[in-house]
Design a protein around this ligand. Structure first.
Ligand SMILES: *Cc1c(COP(=O)(O)O)cnc(C)c1O
Length: 457
């Protein structure tokens, strides 16, 4: 019989021997002791040694109500007794139908159709292809409209189409020759404003640039894609008030399809069910993933208006069909848990109760602004970015190779918290189910870890 100690050693060896981790320099990874998770309850993850950690980034922005949420667990077990998977290609299944209905009930009014896939990148690819094909063939489409507008600093996923509308050089530059061209609008990154201005006296100069872009290119632009309210992977860049609303107005004025990528911001993360609600915006297409299944299973959905949907109707031989579909599209287990996820939102009045926690979180974050190397603390609901800088006055960043952010998260890990930085932006995005005591612990550990790493001399 293998002892637990032997099992753990073997797992650590095999992790380094067989796995290739995403977004990871494996040469560095294999030098450090891997953290292998075995269990999760609420906001706590437990490793193979039984050490407990607070899940400070909700298992990469996915988890919503906590791990091991009974209603979600039960939904999967129940569905498993019926069928684990059957296809949506030509057939249907019960959870896929019910989940689609629920999504349309809660989505911004005007979105009426659900197209499933299994991750955020595919949800975005689908949105891009739908917008493109719509322009090619719909009665009021325009086949000359073949380009996309996206934002600098944008992140929409890692497949080639999603990378084409991405704007983070570190992730995207290598693939440039593989990509289709997209027109880049300025990103509203107020802390490092391209125009050297300050909100609100800037009068949203960045939007003027977007409008100019539209004015000169509208005839060839099929759609604009945007992360509403927060550019997540760029470092939690929070957009100024009314920015999104104005983008919606511009899209309408220049007859450009608006795609909202709510993959990160959806499902309560900003304090409303969907980020678009904050500014009463109804996009033409909306991409959902991450929190859709409560952080349980890979599931994504692309929602569209009836008008877009109708652009694909016709006799078979007109070939207006949307020729796209993934094998696990509409997986019954994933849809069953997504329904349960939404039901918990409703039954436990999650969004209402969240408001107090957001304010509590905001108070607990206040001391960070006074730290010597904290340039800016950005918060939108439960999405937080703490930008570390070498020099507060000049806003000069730390040299990349020092990996300041990485050292902070390792320090936090030693203190029982799992977080993941974006460069030198420390990201906090706990599950919505976190308690105020846990928010205290989260902030305390991050505070100490930031000081430890940045003020050590
Ligand atoms: C994470 C993310 C994606 C990609 O989702 P995957 O499931 O990782 O493919 C797309 N858009 C945004 C805004 C994201 O944060």
């Amino acid at each position: 019989m293998e002892t637990r100690e032997e099992r753990n050693k073997q797992l650590e060896k095999d992790d380094k021997k067989y796995l290739w981790h995403p977004f990871t320099q494996m040469q560095d990874y294999i030098r450090e002791k891997p953290l292998i998770i075995e269990e999760g309850r609420g906001c706590i993850l437990k490793d193979i040694y039984g050490n407990e950690y607070l899940d400070g980034v909700s298992s990469l922005w996915t988890n919503v109500h906590g791990h091991g949420k009974e209603k979600l667990d039960r939904a999967i077990k129940r569905q498993l007794e019926k069928v684990a998977h059957s296809t949506l290609l030509g057939l249907s299944n019960i959870p896929a139908i019910r989940c689609a209905k629920k999504l349309i009930e809660i989505a911004p009014k005007g979105l009426t159709r659900v197209f499933y896939s299994d991750n955020g990148s595919t949800a975005v690819e689908i949105a891009l292809k739908m917008a493109f094909q719509y322009q090619q063939q719909a009665p009021d489409g325009d086949p000359r409209k073949i380009k996309f507008i996206s934002l600098k600093n944008a992140y929409h996923g890692d497949t080639i189409g999603a990378v084409s509308v991405g704007g983070i050089d570190l992730f995207h530059a290598t693939y440039r020759t593989l990509l289709f061209e997209s027109l880049k609008a300025e990103s509203p990154y107020c802390y490092r404003c391209t125009f050297g201005k300050t909100y609100p006296s800037c009068n949203l100069e960045c939007l003027k640039q977007m409008e100019e872009l539209m004015e000169s290119h509208a005839h060839e632009v099929a759609a604009l894609i945007i992360e509403p309210l927060v550019q997540g992977a760029a470092g939690m860049l929070v957009q100024p008030p009314n920015y999104l609303k104005k983008v919606r107005e511009l899209c309408t004025r220049y007859n450009i399809i608006m795609i909202a990528d709510e993959v990160a911001v959806g499902f309560g993360k900003t304090g409303r069910m969907f980020a678009c609600e904050h500014e009463d915006v109804v996009p033409d297409i909306m991409a959902l993933a991450k929190g859709l299944s409560g952080g349980y299973l890979p599931l994504a959905a692309t929602l569209t208006s009836e008008k877009i949907y109708e652009g694909f109707l016709g006799e078979y031989e007109e070939f207006k069909t949307f020729f796209h579909g993934h094998t696990y599209t509409g997986n019954p287990l994933a849809c069953a848990v997504a329904i349960a996820n939404i039901e918990v939102f409703e039954k436990e009045r999650v969004i209402v109760k969240l408001q107090g926690k957001i304010e509590y979180f905001r108070e607990r974050l206040q001391p960070f602004a006074f730290l010597a190397h904290v340039g800016e603390v950005r918060q939108c609901g439960f999405m937080v970015g703490i930008e570390l800088v070498a020099d507060k006055e000049s806003r000069e960043p730390f040299p990349l190779k020092v990996k300041t952010g990485h050292h902070v998260i390792l320090e936090a890990r030693r203190r029982g918290l799992i977080i993941r930085p974006l460069g030198d932006v420390i990201v906090l995005m706990p599950p919505l189910g976190i308690t105020t005591d846990e928010i205290d612990r989260l902030c305390e550990i991050v505070y100490k870890s930031v000081r430890m790493v940045t003020e050590k001399d």
